[in-house]
Design a protein around this ligand. Structure first.
Ligand SMILES: [Ca+2]
Length: 206
């Protein structure tokens, strides 16, 4: 995993790609999203998201400024991620989100992953077989890096070459239980709900 982190750190010098419903987020070395949005709270953050692939894996990386680190202690199981600070990545083969796959990862490296169907039908017993993450908590920030095998994504119907729908999100909890929800896709929605087609964006390999 040390090599994984090194790869991430060297891939950070990079290009900004288009995103949004009508544009395609092109996955190259260092495909970048800089800053997430919480329009329902009038907030933007400076989270950095990067992703890329090699022959075998899809890699993703988040760097989050987080002065109100909130974790469930003791951690007893993946649903304990629910009230925690975390980053989230969603994959769907289709815009309709008739099926999609989610990983919500806390700064300690705990993963709450599930299969879902629009609208908000969640199977928390489902897990990614090949997802691995490496996280680091620093002063007022944390890093989440991870990977999932391309074969697994392909088997789930996620076609990296032809394109798929991806979601990138963050939850910023505070110890008092209050929360701000952040999305990569700007939206005019009045309240946060990540489980909607217009909160995901089109992505594909170059
Ligand atoms: Ca927080």
């Amino acid at each position: 995993m040390k090599r994984l982190m090194l790869i991430f750190m060297t891939a950070l010098a990079v290009s900004m790609c288009c995103r949004g419903q009508r544009n395609v987020f092109i996955i190259t070395d260092g495909a970048a999203i800089d800053g997430l949005h919480a329009p329902w709270d009038g907030l933007d953050d400076d989270t950095r998201f990067r992703c890329f692939t090699d022959q075998d894996f899809f890699y993703f990386f988040f760097e989050v400024n987080e002065p109100t680190l909130t974790l469930t202690v003791p951690y007893t199981g993946e649903r304990d991620v629910d009230p925690e600070d975390r980053v989230e990545v969603f994959f769907s083969p289709r815009e309709e989100m008739d099926i999609y796959y989610c990983a919500e990862i806390d700064p300690a490296g705990n993963i709450m992953d599930y299969e879902a169907k629009y609208y908000r039908e969640f199977d928390y017993d489902w897990d990614f077989d090949t997802m691995e993450v490496l996280t680091r908590i620093e002063d007022d920030s944390y890093i989440v890096s991870g990977r999932v095998s391309r074969k697994e994504l392909t088997d789930l119907g996620i076609d990296l070459e032809k394109g798929f729908r991806m979601g990138v999100f963050r939850a910023d909890f505070r110890p008092d239980g209050s929360v701000n929800w952040y999305s990569a896709v700007p939206t005019a929605d009045k309240s946060p709900d990540f489980h909607k087609p217009d909160l995901l964006f089109s992505a594909a390999l170059k």
